[in-house]
Design a protein around this ligand. Structure first.
Ligand SMILES: Nc1ncnc2c1ncn2[C@@H]1O[C@H](COP(=O)(O)OP(=O)(O)OP(=O)(O)O)[C@@H](O)[C@H]1O
Ligand SMILES: [Mg+2]
Length: 881
């Protein structure tokens, strides 16, 4: 049901035409219907050209298909239609024609237009579309604009304003001052939230009235716009929404073709249709039959070529051109037309340097001829249908009729002149167009690049990267930084050059961490490049960082031997360098790697030596890899070594390292603390901590803490009698870890799963899982004694006493090698019970007593209490029977 409130809003935002109350299928009472007149498709270049467009020909089948899909949209079935075809074949025109065809039905039309010059501008097309929805007047101040945004978000998208306004306002270049608190979400989560809100908003609009979102030229879309589009493609199947897009054939959609997706490939027009077009373009002017035949043949059904060639022929002033006088390609035809322009040729070329669209102002600055001459030239260009105009000079904006015309004008310039003009345009933007320069450093960067002004280009690309990052547009930030790197690598060799490249590559790696993950192939490659350069330059701080990064990536992907070697190397370098941050980092990496390898002595050594650096303020603030996991690992290690009090002390140190009110720190540290409780078999406490950690990390969408908390919570729930739920949680947790490429500790979580399956009574499943846990990463020894013990217990349940015994003995031997007293004790209890039950009570008692005696603390833990009770039982009944 469409709410009146939404209706009011829609009618408030758009210029609408009242279509009176009408009965709608499935809606009880007649609804007031509105046809949205603005914003509409008529704002693009066709709007400017409406009066002089060649009358539409052909495309009957394609239109029929589009209208058929539209009917489905109106019935509430979302549709995705992609129109594919070469440049100038008529994709945009078909979209425009379709809009005319549906004019009689109520609909909202939003246009999202990409542009070749803005492929690096985050959400360029989306921002443009949002601006349309508000239809703001130039005299509206930012408070009123903000109020409109808030009203729309609340009503249409139904979202929590305090969370999303700070994310969306920058897209609309709206200042929000301190009205909203800073987002507590991690940057990549902010981005996800922004995208989700835009999806909700679009779908909200569609619910009010069937919506067409027309996205032109997907092949030029910036990564953020593309991501939004993909989300809409995935989520729009049940909303009255048509995602109508156009693209040239080189575009490869990232989404699979589904039942509600349609692809229309535009073929060339028939000779009959071309003839009609030629006649329409030539209008009254008669062309000889031979000329027409040549035009029809040469243009082979590409409508843009038909228009251009016909005009070229007309402009030649000779109605009876013979074959060889008629240009053969579209490019030749455009060149012929440009050549006949006289002084206007220079003007259109300067425009082409600026871009697909340019303002009178900027054009004049770059081409400082007398204003009247410039205006005259622009008039003749508009008359020749090469440019479209919006507004009146000097406030006018000019747009190339077609991208290919811009390309031809640009290509006709000598390379040296191009450079000169780019430099002129760049200088003008730099000195006079502060707003453009601030809002789109990537535009200025492009001009400096083409002008061959490498230094300035590097500076602007870096700025563009930073600006994109500030808006959580990581894909664009990555591309901008990569461009800067490419330019820096062209500068003459010098230590300073290397340093600059290192600094930029550093940022590239950070962007790759966020966009692709720590262990993705691209990341690994770029980290390697960063490392090679750091090595070559001999710059110690960068060298440390590069080695640390390679080690970190190896660790995350579970490659412990490589991670170990690199951790040693990083530490040696950090010691030479002496920076507390890097020393803390290197010791931290050592602790994690050694822990999972089961080298608990190594953990102790690096904890003791690294502790004094863990206080380094920048290390404390390193999310996910700073002091918090350092303390946590050390606490687990202490527990495993049989030192419960030390474990608690270190856990308290971890809690003290948490930044108050930082949800990430809180969720992460609680999940880590929960794991210690799980190891201690204090499942109630583990459950409470992990449940809180999970709630917080889900709320803020922190992927790693979410996955970790699920695994630990799953273990606790299964042990507390809720096996099915526990299994589900652990499975989800493991999937979440693998999804983000995080493979360290996997053997541990698989063992949790096996135990949970045992709790459920699924012994065969549990055995299968435990085998996988043993094989998944044989270098990961930390939990192996426990895993062997779990297998032994499972085998015992199946009556395989000998195999069970062997497992328990292996578990004890390995635990002893690692000094893992906690695991040794547990395996010894299992073995002692087995021995007791097979009539070897003395042996059981001696063996268990030996390990029990070792302990000096932690007698209140479940394992030591069990051991004590068992020992008492074994001695009370005394002696072999
Ligand atoms: N069916 C048609 N009837 C009449 N004119 C047409 C038709 N199709 C296209 N044209 C004209 O041909 C020119 C090029 O068409 P259009 O701009 O739609 O091409 P396009 O496929 O969108 O190209 P691009 O990939 O460069 O965006 C336009 O001037 C348009 O008006
Ligand atoms: Mg087009």
């Amino acid at each position: 049901m469409i709410s009146d409130a939404t209706h009011r809003l829609v009618s408030g935002l758009f210029v609408v035409e009242d279509r009176g109350a009408q009965a709608l299928k499935g809606v009880e009472r007649p609804l007031q219907l509105y046809r949205v007149l603005r914003p509409s498709g008529m704002r693009g270049r066709f709007a400017a050209a409406a009066a002089r467009m060649t009358p539409f020909v052909g495309r009957e089948d394609e239109l029929r298909l589009l209208l058929n899909r539209w009917e489905r949209v109106r019935e509430g079935e979302g549709q995705v239609v992609t129109i594919i075809g070469e440049a100038g074949i008529g994709k945009s025109r078909l979209v425009q024609r379709f809009q005319q065809e549906i004019a009689a039905t109520p609909y909202t039309w939003l246009e999202c237009a990409t542009a070749p010059f803005f492929q690096n501008t985050p959400f360029y097309a989306v921002a443009d579309m949002l601006q349309q929805t508000f239809h703001w007047h130039t005299n509206q101040n930012s408070e009123r604009r903000l109020a409109a945004l808030e009203a729309s978000l609340a009503l249409v998208a139904g979202v929590d304003l305090s969370e999303v306004v700070p994310l969306i306002a920058p897209l609309l270049e709206l200042p929000i001052g301190d009205k909203y608190p800073l987002s507590s979400l991690a940057p990549d989560q902010q981005r996800k939230r922004l995208l989700a809100t835009l999806v909700a908003w679009t779908i909200g609009f569609a619910k009010a009235q069937p919506l067409v979102m027309a996205t032109e030229d997907l092949h030029w879309a910036d990564p953020s716009t593309l991501e939004l589009h993909q989300l809409l493609v995935e989520q729009s199947a049940t909303a009255p929404l048509m995602l109508l897009c156009t693209a040239r054939p080189e575009f490869r959609p990232q989404w699979p073709l589904r039942a509600h997706h349609t692809q229309i490939t535009l073929n060339r027009l028939s000779a009959r249709n071309v003839r009609t077009m030629v006649g329409d373009v030539a209008a009254q002017k008669a062309l000889s039959e031979e000329t027409i035949a040549t035009v029809v043949e040469r243009t082979s059904g590409v409508p843009l070529f038909v228009e251009e060639l016909t005009r070229a022929v007309l402009e030649s002033g000779n109605a009876k051109l013979s074959g060889h006088e008629i240009p053969v390609t579209l490019h030749d035809s455009l060149m012929a037309r440009l050549d006949r322009l006289g002084p206007a040729k220079e003007v259109i070329q300067v425009g082409a340097v600026i871009g697909g669209e340019f303002s009178f102002d900027l054009l004049h600055a770059a081409h400082p001829i007398a204003e009247e001459d410039l205006q005259r030239a622009l008039h003749s260009l508009a008359d020749a249908d090469l440019l479209y105009v919006r507004g009146i000079a000097p406030d006018a904006i000019y747009q190339f009729k077609h991208a290919l015309i811009r390309d031809a004008a640009y290509e006709a310039l000598l390379k040296s002149r191009r450079k000169e003009l780019h430099s002129l345009v760049a200088r003008t933007i730099d000195e006079r167009l502060t707003a453009l320069k601030e809002a789109h450093p990537e535009v200025l960067a492009r001009h400096w690049t083409e002008a061959g002004e490498t230094e300035r280009a590097i500076a602007e690309w870096s700025k563009a990267g930073k600006a994109a990052y500030a808006r959580n547009a990581f894909g664009e930030a990555l591309e901008s930084y990569q461009r800067a790197v490419a330019l820096v690598s062209m500068l003459p060799e010098s230590p300073e050059r290397d340093l600059r490249e290192l600094e930029l590559r550093d940022l590239v790696v950070i962007m790759l961490y966020v966009t692709k993950g720590y262990a993705a192939p691209e990341t690994v490659d770029d980290v390697a490049r960063f490392a090679a350069l750091a090595k070559k330059s001999g710059n110690l701080p960068h060298l440390v960082r590069s080695v640390f990064r390679r080690g970190f990536t190896a660790f995350i992907s579970g490659d412990l031997p490589v991670a170990g070697t690199l951790a040693d190397e990083a530490l040696a370098l950090a010691q030479r360098e002496g920076s507390p941050h890097d020393l803390a980092g290197a010791h931290g990496l050592q602790i994690w790697v050694r822990y999972w390898r089961g080298d608990l002595g190594g953990v102790e050594e690096h904890f003791v030596n690294g502790l004094k650096f863990f206080d380094d303020p920048s290390y404390r603030q390193t999310r996910g890899g700073g002091a918090i996991p350092g303390f946590a690992y050390a606490s687990w290690s202490a527990w495993t070594l049989g030192r419960k009090k030390v474990a608690h002390k270190r856990e308290a140190q971890m809690m003290a390292a948490v930044t108050a009110n930082d949800p990430y720190d809180i969720a992460y540290s609680e999940a880590l603390a929960a794991r210690l409780r799980g190891y201690m078999r204090e499942y109630k406490q583990a459950e409470a901590l992990a449940a809180r950690a999970l709630e917080l990390s889900e709320k803020h969408e922190f992927p790693y803490p979410t996955a970790l908390a699920r695994c630990v919570l799953g273990q606790a729930r299964a042990q507390l009698g809720n096996a099915t739920e526990g299994i589900d949680l652990i499975r989800k947790g493991i999937a979440g870890l693998l999804e983000i490429g995080s493979r360290f500790g996997i053997s541990n979580y698989m063992a949790y799963l096996a135990e949970a399956q045992e709790c459920e009574g699924s012994i065969a499943d549990a055995l299968e899982t435990v085998e996988r846990a043993l094989q998944v990463n044989p270098d990961e020894l930390l939990y192996r004694p426990e895993t062997l013990r779990i297998r032994g217990a499972l085998r015992l349940k199946q009556g395989n006493t000998d195999l069970a015994k062997a497992d328990f003995r292996d578990a004890i031997a390995l635990a002893q090698k690692m000094s893992a007293k906690a695991w040794e004790l547990r395996a010894a209890i299992s073995l002692a019970r087995l021995l007791r039950d097979t009539g070897r009570r003395d042996e059981a008692r001696t063996m268990l007593a030996e390990i029990y005696k070792w302990f000096t603390e932690g007698f209140d833990t479940a394992d030591l209490r069990d051991a004590k009770a068992l020992l008492e039982e074994l001695s009370i009944n005394g002696g072999e029977r």
